[in-house]
Design a protein around this ligand. Structure first.
Ligand code: FAD
Ligand code: FES
Ligand code: FES
Length: 1367
């Protein structure tokens, strides 16, 4: 705490404030202002200066929610506490003066007892890696607390409705769980939910009595939230004495009136000053965090800026009113629909924890000064808002917001005081001056963004107002006046389409008029050059105009009644709003109990409370230094020099470690994995953008990160060949990595014969895939601590400690026994912490070795995204031959795989692609993969590497064949599913025995389980009767081969009977520890002493992986580590059981009855029996490799006008063999599916032409959120039965289900096809409409809209006009 906690108050401090006082989890903190850097964020303080590490850093830009805390403020006048969530990565420490902070460990913890939120998260199996969970817990707690504040809820429940529960975590990202269990945990508090309708949990079984269940649910007594006192009494007393901060003394001050602020701004000439409200803008303008300011003025206590004034003239909102408070204020005038619509739109800005501190003034100033793509300015321009500005020199002035936006950027010393939204009155007047009684005011706002509930910037937003009347003569709608504002589409500011406004004013709305208006609009709403998806954005403008006016063109009674009733959205309601729901069918298997039971994940509550320790939570050792990576920004260039800007070494920087620092006996090696080692640092020549050049070492992580921006690398490209940046260039230059023969694709059957048998052929068809980033919530991190005798202990967040170990030893040039790598848990891996963790740990170790001080790093999100690579992009060309019935006879396929600059695990890719592709019987298969070496960042394994693409290629081919034959695609799939015989031909021994091939069974069962065939009919009917919404439904199979690997283990029993288990498998969220514990309990239970297996479970602890304790640990990956580790443990336990059985028998004989485990162990100790067994599981070659099967059906709805896709329902049936823990497997299935959904629908990991990753933040890289998962998500795990030699008959679940997400993509394609068919019916010109199209991956909103037709509205109107002319 740096000695800053001062309890006593001196008389002096009573007069003028010299310090900040606040509370964290009820503890008082006082910090001397003079010693504070005002740019310190709350998260910096919490993580570095307090023991409260539950607050995690996931992005540092307000985009993930891992750092969310509850902030409570007390109003002494009203004696009221206001509690709300904030992102601690954007909140400045100084701004919490007088506030109280509650973190997840403050809600409850292992010592004081966990909170019901923690326990329900655990019981609903809603945590995997656990890195997001403390933030989730706080978001849920805050929602409950606020719901139950004003009126007490029913005992045991909360007032929070199920719908609100769904929104409670809408801004928090989770990469593991797929969100459904998190939402269920939150909904379990709601009174309007029947717990039976929630997903699988440890509290209730299907069909149980509701009251019994309630008794078992961790108690939620709404008063328990008061037990957690969010605002301690001592602080209430202190803040009653409100003292000012002397602005001359400190860099941070908080003026209390506009005039005081003005005075300060006038005086502070020449100094760099910053007005601070919520400080959330630094999430977007990250460079702001690094700018040096002389003075910070906190403007949130100035009454003129916090005013909310309602009057006849309108509503005035002070600029420092938060967006959340503004929403509340606008909602208070329920009768004014425009205000309610503004509020609804504002609810989609950012996420709740950003809106709670982000102010309307801050947003407007960001837009005005820096052209931020704001929603607020667009909707406020449409509402004809005005702003009040206070400037040094000119005093106070008022402008319309529109005028203000056009002005030069607001000066640093000018202040936006308030915004006024005028009351809405008709503009047109009757002749006598009163407003026309027949006019109606229409107001609507629009926004198209990748996430419906917000937390994503809009592609385009719009807000329109119009004053219209019914023209009785023509029974049509007459426009008296209108205002059309558009924004965020790649233009400087919110823009009014004045030409269109002028054109429409005074017109009767007809299709022809609308068509002409659209023509004008397209000339006016033109994104600036270089804006992404420009065509799409312009088309959205047309869409929204059409949505607004479209229904008013229909001159019939229905319409006119419609608008008279106040709505102009007469077009079919475009958004299915169904609540999330789910059903799981799980068979808990008692045979090997507790193996087979869905027990709660080990350490789940610790994860929820935030006490679980990740690498960056380990307190820094004394003298610790911090590293930040410097990477290349050139694809192929000579490094001439590395220096700092102005040749000045920034304060706190100790140096830059490069390859030149590698010790004499060491090697410049950054990875020692399966194949050729890779470099740690670029040497004289950098080989790709993103290649690591050095590790900058400084006294804090912040200093290190900031200083990397001051590093200048001088490059030179003279005499160098141009870089290879595409697979085509690699082919041209024969730049390939070789693939060992057993890993190359292998042909099946005779392709020439197969082609000859074909009745039809499709030749040279193409498919391409981009990349996908892991998006683990915990970025790459390591801590290296030098030890005696040239040894090094490294704490690494890795999936491959053994490889990290080897790499470090190689790099330092020391024997491997000088290195120890320890990994307790990993905050998400998804393959990204296999190879990519090695250079991170090695660089820290090298720096630590050189400086003889501990060195750690926690990579910032941007560096992580730029340097780690992600999934392999690929381009596929295929030719397929088939019969008239759709049976495929031959497939010839060539894949160009972009491996990037180094080999990594790329040689493993061909077998992955081919394995999953062979889910269908292709007749004969010819398969060739070229692993291209390009000057781009090295790609690596990402969950289901190669398999996900291979599986999708299969679907794309089937779809193509079905389109060619105009046949039902589901039929074509079925025709090409393997028989057991053909499965054996393609997969050889992996096919196993005939009863193991369960795919055909799953296929049929899914049809029944999901009502697939009936729903297909419903979808058809839906499509026939809806123009702007189209649905698609699709069912796909997945086959996924896995192989077990040699795996060691050790089980030791301590003298009190507690058991320690060591396995090399790393707990990355997949529940490995839980399965291992279950296996140990089952196996030790076979002794059948007086202690049951379930009781033994409580005595077992799986401990961190330590490479010196257990060697040959290899890698956690490939979906089989849990099984293999469990099996290793089973073998160890068998050894112990053998030793203990005679002891047990003797004791039973002596005592005449069963003996407890403790007695047994005590006796064994007395007899000096070795109570530790180490062993190794060596898989049987005949059964150690096997196939996994699953089937999914997804139904989607596509909004033809915006391209938005809603996944209405997904049903999955997955064969888990005999699940070791169905709760864990269910989590893996759902989580993998949702990650796959991201790959197929959302995530664009894009490079520029030099190979630099440009989607490098949460602003540009969009993983699924709670609002993008299937609205209904049903999963059935089947236990298909016994499998000889398999680990208690279990099967893998970590990766295979990811493949099933292609069902969503295929369903979207089906829906888009319907949209295209519809256009065909409208077009006389059928050119360019191809029904056998390939829909790209990912099918993002712009992609879907493009395929539905960017000009679909124009086509429709043209058709309508033509129709009328024909009559
Ligand atoms: C993750 C995330 C997602 C977001 N998504 C959206 C979105 O979808 N749509 C959208 O519209 N916005 C979005 N925003 C922007 C958000 O609304 C703004 O960050 C917020 O409103 C800014 O308010 P603030 O109080 O935090 O401003 P601050 O960060 O405190 O200030 C912003 C700037 O304005 C200056 N300033 C602040 N107040 C005044 C004043 N009264 N007079 C003069 N200068 C002032 C400050 O000096 C600073 O330069 C998002 C933000 C985040 C972090
Ligand atoms: S770390 Fe603060 S929101 Fe991501
Ligand atoms: S459990 Fe949510 S990110 Fe891992």
């Amino acid at each position: 705490m740096g000695g800053q906690r001062v309890i006593e108050e001196t008389e002096e401090s009573m007069k003028s404030k010299t310090s900040l006082v606040f509370a964290i989890n009820g503890e008082r903190f006082e910090l001397e202002l003079s010693s504070l850097d005002p740019s310190t964020t709350l998260i910096d303080f919490l993580r570095n200066k307090t023991p409260f590490k539950s607050v995690k850093l996931g992005c540092g830009e307000g985009g993930c929610g891992a750092c969310v805390v509850l902030l409570s403020k007390y109003d002494p006048l009203l004696e009221k506490v206001d509690d709300f969530t904030v992102s601690s990565c954007l909140t400045l420490l100084c701004s919490i003066d007088g506030c109280s902070i509650t973190t997840s460990e403050g809600l409850g913890n292992s010592r004081a007892g966990f909170h019901a939120v923690h326990e329900r998260i655990a019981g609903f199996h809603a945590t995997q890696c656990g890195f997001c969970t403390p933030g989730m817990s706080v978001s849920m707690f805050s929602a409950l607390l606020n719901a139950d504040k004003s009126s007490p809820p029913r005992s045991g429940y909360s007032n929070l409705t199920a719908a609100e529960a769904e929104k409670a975590v809408a801004g928090n990202l989770c990469r593991c769980t797929g969100y459904r269990p998190l939402v269920d945990a939150c909904k379990s508090f709601s009174a309007d939910v029947d717990i039976e309708d929630l997903g699988f949990n440890s509290f209730c079984k299907k069909g149980e009595n509701r009251d019994d269940v309630l008794g078992r649910l961790p108690c939620y007594d709404h008063t328990s939230s008061q037990v957690i006192c969010t605002f301690p009494e001592f602080l209430k007393n202190e803040i009653k004495i409100d003292m000012s901060l002397d602005p001359r003394k400190y860099r941070w001050s908080r003026p209390v009136s506009a005039s005081e602020l003005q005075g300060l701004l006038e005086v502070e000439n020449g100094l760099a000053v910053k007005l601070v409200a919520g400080n959330t803008s630094t999430g977007y303008y990250k460079e702001e965090k690094q700018r040096k300011y002389d003075r910070f003025f906190d403007i949130r206590r100035i009454p003129e800026l916090t005013v909310v004034r309602r009057g006849d003239k309108g509503i005035e909102l002070g600029a420092a009113v938060t967006i959340s408070k503004a929403i509340e204020a606008l909602r208070e005038k329920e009768d004014v629909s425009m205000l309610a619509k503004l509020a609804s739109h504002m609810e989609k800005i950012a996420s709740r924890f950003v809106r709670n501190t982000g102010t309307i003034g801050g947003n407007i100033v960001m837009a005005q000064r820096k052209q931020f793509p704001s929603d607020l300015t667009t909707i406020l321009v449409a509402a004809r808002a005005t702003v009040k500005i206070m400037s040094v020199g000119s005093g106070q002035e008022q402008f319309t917001l529109e005028e203000f936006l056009q002005q030069p950027p607001l000066e640093a010393k000018s202040v936006l005081l308030s915004v006024e939204i005028p009351s809405w009155r008709p503009v047109t007047k009757k002749k006598n001056g009163s407003s026309s009684p027949d006019t109606r005011l229409l107001f609507e706002t629009y926004r198209a963004a990748p996430r419906p509930l917000g937390n994503a910037l809009a592609f385009l937003n719009a807000a329109f107002s119009a004053e219209v009347s019914l023209s009785e003569a023509s029974d049509s709608i007459f426009v008296h006046d209108c205002l059309l504002a558009f924004g965020a589409y790649g233009t400087k500011h919110a823009h009014r389409a004045r030409k269109v406004e002028d054109f429409l004013t005074g017109k009767v709305i007809t299709d022809e008029v609308l068509m002409e208006a659209i023509g004008l609009l397209k000339d006016e709403i033109v994104p600036d050059k270089g804006t992404s998806n420009a065509g799409y954005r312009s088309s959205l403008a047309v869409t929204f105009l059409f949505e607004f006016f479209g229904s008013l063109t229909q001159t019939n009674a229905k319409t006119t009644n419609g608008w008279l009733n106040g709505g102009c959205k007469e077009i079919e309601s475009l958004k299915p709003e169904a609540m999330l729901s789910s059903a799981q069918q799980i068979v808990e298997n008692q045979e090997y109990s507790p193996v087979g039971k869905g027990i709660v994940k080990s350490g789940a509550c610790l994860q929820a409370s935030g006490e679980a320790v990740y690498v960056d939570d380990i307190p820094s050792p004394e003298n610790c230094l911090y590293g930040a990576f410097i990477y290349s920004t050139m694809p192929l260039a000579r490094i001439k020099g590395i220096r700092f800007k102005e040749n000045r070494v920034p304060e706190g920087v100790l140096g830059i470690i490069t390859y030149k620092d590698i010790p004499k006996d060491g090697q410049n090696v950054g990875t020692k994995g399966f194949f050729t080692p890779d470099l740690l640092f670029a040497e004289d020549i950098t080989l790709c953008v993103g290649q690591i050049i050095g590790l900058l070492v400084a006294e804090s992580q912040k200093l290190a990160d900031v200083a990397t921006n001051l590093v200048v690398i001088d490059y030179d490209t003279e005499d160098l060949e141009p870089p290879i940046l595409t697979v085509e260039e690699a082919v041209q230059k024969s730049s390939f990595f070789s693939v060992p023969p057993p890993l190359r694709g292998k042909p099946v059957g005779d392709i020439t014969k197969g082609m000859a048998e074909a009745e039809h052929k499709i030749l040279g068809s193409k498919i391409s895939f981009g990349s996908q980033y892991f998006f683990y919530m915990e970025t790459q991190t390591a801590l290296a601590v030098p030890d005696e005798d040239n040894c090094m202990v490294v704490y690494s967040s890795t999936q491959a400690p053994e490889f990290v170990h080897r790499t470090i030893a190689g790099c330092l040039g020391v024997p491997e026994h000088n290195v120890r790598v320890i990994t307790r848990r990993v905050g998400g891996g998804f393959g990204g912490k296999v190879m990519k963790s090695m250079p991170v740990a090695a660089a820290c170790a090298l720096a630590a070795s050189k400086m003889q001080r501990p060195v750690r790093t926690y990579m910032n999100r941007k560096t992580d995204m730029i340097t780690t690579g992600g999934r392999h992009p690929m381009k596929v060309t295929y030719s397929v031959g088939f019969k008239a019935n759709g049976k495929i006879t031959a497939l010839d396929i060539e894949v160009l795989l972009d491996a990037g600059i180094s080999e990594d695990v790329s040689p493993l890719m061909p077998s992955g692609i081919q394995g999953a592709l062979m889910k269908y019987d292709w007749g004969a298969l010819s398969f060739d993969v070229k692993v291209c070496k390009t000057n781009t960042v090295s790609r690596t394994a990402v969950r289901a590497p190669g398999d996900v693409q291979g599986s999708y290629i299969g679907e794309a081919i089937i779809e193509k064949v079905a389109s060619y034959l105009s046949a039902d695609v589901d039929e074509i799939r079925k025709v090409n599913l393997h028989t057991y015989e053909s499965l054996g031909l393609f997969h050889n021994a992996k096919a196993g025995e005939s009863p193991e091939y369960t795919l055909p069974l799953l296929w049929d069962k899914l049809a029944e389980f999901s009502g697939f065939n009936q729903r297909r009919k419903v979808v058809e009917e839906f499509n026939a009767s809806n123009k702007w919404r189209k649905r698609g439904i699709s069912r796909v199979p997945a086959v996924y081969g896995v192989s077990m690997r040699l795996t060691p283990g050790r089980v030791s029993v301590l003298s009190d009977g507690s058991v320690v288990v060591e396995v090399p498998g790393i707990e990355i969220g997949q529940g490995l520890w839980t399965k291992v514990k279950q296996m140990a309990a089952y196996s030790l239970g076979l002794i059948q002493c007086g202690t049951t297996s379930d009781e033994l479970l409580e005595k077992i602890r799986v401990i961190q992986a330590d490479t010196l304790s257990l060697v040959q640990g290899s890698v956690t990956g490939g979906s089989t580590s849990s099984e293999a580790s469990s099996e290793a443990v089973r073998i160890c336990c068998d050894g112990l059981v053998k030793r203990l059985l005679p002891v047990n028998a003797a004791l039973v004989e002596q005592t005449g009855g069963p003996v407890t485990w403790e007695t047994l162990i005590s006796q064994a100790y007395q007899q000096s029996i070795n109570m530790a067994v180490s062993s190794t599981y060596l898989p049987d070659m005949s059964t150690g490799a096997y196939l996994n099967y699953g089937v999914a059906a997804s139904e989607v709805e596509v909004n033809v006008l915006t391209g938005e896709t809603t996944v209405l329902r997904t049903d999955i049936i997955y064969d888990c063999g005999k699940s070791l823990n169905p709760a864990v497997d269910l989590g893996q299935i759902e989580g993998a599916f949702v990650q796959g959904l991201g790959f197929f629908m959302l995530e664009e990991y894009l490079m520029n032409s030099d190979g630099l990753i440009v989607t490098d933040s949460t602003w540009t890289y969009k993983i699924p959120t709670v609002d993008t998962i299937p609205r209904q998500f049903n999963v059935e795990i089947i236990n298909s039965g016994h499998h000889k030699n398999r680990v208690l008959s279990s099967k893998a679940s970590g990766e295979p289900p990811l493949l099933l997400a292609s069902s969503v993509h295929c369903a979207v394609r089906a829906a888009v096809k319907e949209a295209k068919r519809q256009i065909l019916t409208w077009s006389s010109n059928q050119q360019g409409i191809d029904l056998s199209f390939d829909l790209p991956v990912p099918a993002t909103m712009p992609v879907v809209k493009e395929f539905c037709g960017l000009d679909v509205v124009e086509k429709y109107l043209e058709w309508k006009i033509q129709q009328r002319m024909n009559i």
